[in-house]
Unconditional design. Structure first.
Ligand code: PAF
Length: 288
């Protein structure tokens, strides 16, 4: 596996390797890789001839009081994992390579509407930071496709919308969430849970399943099922930010005619904010 630390190293590699019309897949990450990331690489490998990954802990997507400094950084283990997955090139830009004029003056990408709801309402500026980093990384790597996990469902949709609005010539592929044996979605931050919190954490996914079942099997309204879910999370020791049933394609509030739905949630467990979601489909009208 080649490691490129600078944009010029990355470009030199791409010019050489892409000759002959090779298909290139890109997996951007912030490192501290787990099975969810490795699944992205595995899918990328199946879809393309060349796989490029990046590791960059993007300061623009962290709020002032968030865990940028404490975010887990495990470069040696990450390199070994990517090497084992036969990644062709790993791009590890410094802040200077990523934002050469400084992050304060960096041109940013705003995806209005979608970025302001749900997690965006609780983390102002977060999706601007994500969109700005992904836009720059994709422009540098120029992949045919880029892969993102569905665990960050809103992020995936923000990126899809950015790519569509800006006419970026890349296909965005969403990959299913990888879960622990008890249902907890894999996340780089899971290691920070205390043993007690780790035991309670899978309840989040269980509550999402209960929302789906209440709507599909018992014809509950989304609003009613959301309220029950908030109460169930609070009873399990979470401090929920939101539980919300939305349309899959644009995260709009569903009408009775909408069939493809997703329930999304964010909730605090101690000092950790967990997010998760569950897609489901109705056949009949939902009672909204
Ligand atoms: O999901 C992530 O790891 C990050 O948000 C991403 C997409 C690499 C952008 O920094």
């Amino acid at each position: 596996m080649i490691i490129a630390k600078t944009v010029s190293e990355l470009r030199a590699y791409l010019v050489q390797r892409r000759a002959g019309g090779k298909h290139l897949a890109f997996v951007p990450t912030m490192g501290n890789l787990h099975a969810g990331h490795l699944k992205l690489i595995e899918v990328a490998r199946k879809l393309a001839d060349i796989v490029v990954a990046s590791i960059y802990v993007n300061p623009l997507q962290f709020g002032a009081n968030e865990d940028f400094d404490a975010y887990p950084r495990t470069p040696v283990d990450d390199c070994a994992a990517l090497e084992a997955q036969r990644v062709d090139l790993l791009f590890t830009p410094s802040d200077r390579e990523m934002y050469p004029r400084g992050r304060e003056t960096q041109t940013t990408v705003e995806v209005p509407g979608l970025s302001e709801m749900l997690c965006g309402a609780f983390r102002p500026g977060h999706f601007r930071g994500v969109a700005t980093a992904v836009n720059r990384l994709v422009n540098l790597v120029q992949p045919d496709l880029a892969l993102f996990g569905k665990k960050d469902y809103q992020q995936l949709l923000v990126i899809r919308l950015m790519v569509s609005d800006l006419g970026m010539p890349v296909e965005i592929v969403g990959v299913e969430t990888v879960r622990e044996h008890d249902g907890l979605a894999m996340s780089s931050r899971n290691n920070y849970l205390s043993p007690q919190e780790r035991q309670a954490a899978p309840r989040l996914y269980a509550v999402l399943g209960a929302v789906r079942d209440r709507i599909l099997k018992e014809r509950a309204s989304p609003a009613g099922a959301e309220q029950e879910a908030l109460a169930a999370l609070a009873a399990a020791g979470f401090r929920p930010d939101y539980v919300s049933v939305r349309r899959q394609d644009d995260l709009g509030v569903p009408t009775p005619e909408d069939k493809k739905l997703v329930v999304l949630a964010a909730a605090w467990l101690g000092r950790m904010r967990l997010i998760d979601n569950l897609e489901f489909e109705t056949t009949g009208k939902i009672p909204v």
